[in-house]
Design a protein around this ligand. Structure first.
Ligand code: GLN
Length: 239
């Protein structure tokens, strides 16, 4: 039986607004299709496990980002290699920012990132809070919840995750949301994002499985009526 190895980065410091639900979603959707799942919770000071099929990291307060900064940077090369090789990855808000170049906090502290995603983030004058709906070329309508001070700018060559329909996204200004590089998605969408956006969850699972067995073309369908109902309720909620 195939086992999928999920790496959950810094669940103590980087876990806001239900982010842990993304791990549960990946696990259940894989198990419902008969795969075994192994989740490694990675903490500051640990060694990265030998097998990593999917990388996930959530959001965190500025203080949490400072706590993990040095440790994350110590693993920058290993994580970058995995992403370059096509390992699927989802990083939300605080870790999205730190998978980029840096996050400069409101008091001017610059927290260095690991430069995988071509983005830079500087805290703005007010927090951007509320429900958000975006349109992604790959996944259609994606819904979530955002709460960040950081204003993120994409490098000119960067591809956003989607276009903002309602909400703020990367910076509240240019209608971009998130970043997409290889199979790595950085996004501001908490909520958590995956339970309400099953296509995105399945993208991560399928990419992971295809790296193990290239003959796998698609995943067995699941009954997503509850997930899609949650999606449409969230999409209609005012900010
Ligand atoms: N501390 C960062 C910010 O405010 C990230 C917040 C988050 O992860 N929700 O921009």
């Amino acid at each position: 039986m195939t086992t999928l190895h999920i790496l959950h980065l810094y669940p103590k410091e980087m876990n806001l607004y239900g982010d842990h639900g993304n791990i549960l979603t990946l696990k259940k959707r894989a198990e419902w299709r008969g795969f075994r799942v192994n989740v490694t919770e990675y903490h500051v000071g640990d060694q990265l496990p030998n097998h990593i099929d999917i990388i996930f990291g959530g959001g965190g307060q500025d203080s949490g980002q400072s706590k993990i900064e040095a440790d994350l940077r110590a693993h920058a090369t290993e994580l970058k290699t995995l992403i370059e090789q096509g390992t699927p990855c989802l990083v939300v808000c605080g870790l999205y920012q730190l998978f980029g170049e840096y996050f400069q906090t409101g008091d001017g502290q610059k927290i260095a990132g690991i430069n995988i995603l071509p983005v830079q983030t500087v805290a703005g004058p007010k927090r951007l809070i509320g429900n958000i709906v975006i349109n992604s070329p790959e996944f259609g309508e994606v819904v979530g919840y955002e709460n960040h001070s950081g204003l993120t700018t994409l490098a000119p060559q960067a591809k956003p995750f989607g276009t903002v329909v309602s909400g703020a996204g990367n910076n509240g200004n240019d209608y971009t949301e998130g970043a997409f590089y290889k199979n790595c998605i950085g996004t501001y969408l908490h909520g958590p994002i995956l339970p309400k956006n099953p296509r995105l969850a399945d993208f991560l699972l399928l990419k992971a499985l295809q790296r193990k067995d290239a003959s796998i073309k698609k995943l067995a369908p699941l009954n997503d009526s509850i997930e899609l109902h949650a999606h449409s309720v969230a999409a209609k909620r005012p900010r």
